[in-house]
Design a protein around this ligand. Sequence first.
Ligand code: ZN
Length: 656
Amino acid sequence: MPLRKLVLMLMLFPVALLFAQPLADQSEEMICKEIDEYRASFGSLARPVTNDAMFDYDVKWYDLYFDLDPVNEVIQARTQILFQSEVNALSTVILDLTDVLTVDSVFGAGTEFTRGGDLITITLTDTLALGEQAILGIAYHGQPQAEVGFQGFEFGSHNGHPIISTLSEPYGARSWWPCKDSPRDKADSVAITIRAPGDLIAVSNGMLVNTIDNLDGSKTWFWQHNYPITTYLVHLAVTNYEYWTDVYHFSDGDSMPLEYWVYPEYYSTFYTRWQTDTPYIMDAYNELFGKYPYENEKYGMVQFNWGGGMEHQTCSSMGGAGEILNAHEMAHQWWGDMITCADFHHIWLNEGFAAYSEALYAENRFGTASYFSAMSNKDWDFYGSIYRVDTTSVNSIFNRIVYDKAAWVLHMLRHVVGDENFFDILTQWRNEYEFSTVRTEDFQNVAENVYGSDLTWFFDEWIYGAGRPLYRWWWGVQNTNNDSTIITLQVDQTQDNSYPTYTMPIDIHLSDATHDTVLVVWNDSRSQEFSLALPFNPGTVQFDPEKWVYRRATQVTSLDEETLLANDFSLGEGYPNPFNGAVTFPIHTGFRQVVKVSIFNILGEQVFSDQIVADGTYRYLWSGISSESQVLGSGVYLVRIDNGDFQHQMKISFIK
Ligand SMILES: [Zn+2]
């Protein structure tokens, strides 16, 4: 989903998201506006796990009707659900629905209901046997909630015109329609009918099957989507859109509409960018990932009032026309929509794949250098694990780690298993899980089956583990004669002991004026020596020069230097500790250098960071504030100092 975090980073590092030319991204003007609008809170709907009893039934289809009143910002709506009992005697059906909306009536297989806790519990008139199906209808009205998670349901405006749009990921579908709001249960199809003022165009998932002029100043739009879909990917977007369409030709001769809806005032800029980029991106993904999953319907993009994008099924909602955003959201049609994380602990299977697809697209269209450049732009220090332990907040789920570091994990997997295996893994992934939902272990199984070998070590250190290896390496000639040279390669891992000891194959490039070769060493301990035999005496030795490993590496010219440097960087005890007003901690460096100071809360979230130039002993004073100068709460915090080669950390207690 949401590329919002990426957008925030773009503000800080204006070039960070740009590939090598000629890719473009959103204008800075738009980005500033987005930051003003940035609010990510769940309000009352911070409930990741739907009620267990919801899994007593399986949803077959949803039929949704919305009558939109943009003037009063209310909806009159109706949802019908075809469901099947998964138990022997199903007597109640529980659905997610915000308490903010008023239920007028329930009809069909039951009429009695109770509300509360953002749930509606419906008593069935007749108990259903295992496998038996029935239809329930819920008529309701009110003002749906905006600002649920990323957006929820929003009545907004652009250029003096109303824009009604939705963005439900992760738990926001229930803020505007009753549903079983879990990605695990995909409906086989969904129908969305929207009645709106006649001067507006209503866009949704799938195909527009009919439009009716109601002869009362309103129009009704009938959308139908006939593929499996999870609740958070259902959407609507309604305003005075400028619309155009194009035809995409698949390599096998089939074709499909490409459809675009933008605000009239943005038409010229969006038209040029989308017409230029979209067919190239579609070509690349069809070649790399197999045919577009919803070929019988459409791929569309619709502008909405949210900075960033959202991969609504068959129709991405877009806050900008940038090429990377386009590539990211379209990739989700395969990774996220066709194959969906079963719950948000595994969101990297959506976001990491989409973020990595940006690089694959860059490689496919512009070549290898653009691929590595795209990966380089995702190379940040991340803390915590890609597997998201806390799924109760947007900030925790959509931490940038699930985009950028997860993209690096796929990049590394590609190098570990080799190109052919890697793309076979993607093919197999699709073959096994198309239109269903997945967890990390499913992907590991597919990868292991194709690779033919256990990959637990890889997933343990990169998906469940935190941090990155900090390598220090040294090489020297051990022995040489006319026929051969043996060199010694010393590789140490200097990351803090709280991080894993990494196992990784590392490319060592060795060359002289007439030779050039790559040897792969499997490094799997904190301190390791390798002897490499060569038919020539290399003048140059390079350590992972293309950067296939999410790491940092420093070459030392002597093993003594390594010891010296290691001993000359330290973090002294903080005082007072516990502290009330401010804490001081001494940072010692043997020579003048830049030191990054970071402070993390107990959840592992970075709350403060700073950078200093230290030479000798520097007494760092921290007064319990965040990077945004907000006073933080009482609790245990972790202080980390990092000079690029080494890290030290300690705990401090803040008592207010
Ligand atoms: Zn995304």
